[in-house]
Design a protein. Structure first.
Length: 177
């Protein structure tokens, strides 16, 4: 069994002597009826908060948040190392304002540069710099070393989790199956 990852920074966990979501589900059943969907959604949302906090803690030494890391990785994966801001927003499923803020912070840190899109005179591209590639490499090594804060699960469980959440994503139209 792999060692558990523990964030050195508080993750906002309450450390209660009971599971508050399970307790809420019991109350929900009495008040409203079946609670399985509510408990599952609430658990997913809480897990998201916990993971985001832990990943941001791992990325803090690189002066990154997980959102900025995702943008850099997306640029790294692109053929030319550059993408239109609108494409970054679509792929990361974030509002254009969030993309502008994220790219602005990465630009100020020297990790990306903005440039006019040669194919579209109005559009703007974000291009990863050599410094940005170095930061992605080091940050990825740290995330991989901590198994993206998922050390409490084995490979089979992670594959199963991916499959279960993939079903939700397909049903929501996230992508064509």
């Amino acid at each position: 069994m792999r060692p558990r990852y523990r964030s050195p920074v508080a993750t906002g966990q309450l450390n209660l002597p009971f599971d508050p979501i399970e307790r809420a589900a019991e109350t929900w059943r009495v008040q409203f009826g079946p609670s399985s969907a509510m408990a599952a959604v609430t658990s997913i949302m809480r897990a998201h908060q916990i993971l985001l906090s832990q990943l941001d803690t791992l990325l803090k030494p690189h002066d990154l948040t997980f959102a900025r890391y995702e943008a850099l990785v997306l640029l790294t994966f692109s053929k030319t190392g550059a993408l239109p801001l609108s494409t970054i927003g679509e792929r990361l499923m974030v509002h254009p304002t969030s993309v502008t803020n994220t790219v602005g912070r990465l630009e100020r840190a020297g990790l990306v540069r903005r440039m006019r899109n040669p194919r579209d005179g109005r559009g703007v591209l974000a291009e990863i710099t050599d410094g940005g590639r170095g930061v992605v490499s080091r940050a990825t090594a740290d995330l991989m070393g901590a198994d993206f804060a998922m050390t409490m699960y084995g490979e089979a469980e992670l594959d199963q989790m991916f499959g279960l959440l993939r079903t939700l994503r397909v049903a929501a139209g996230d992508f064509e199956d």
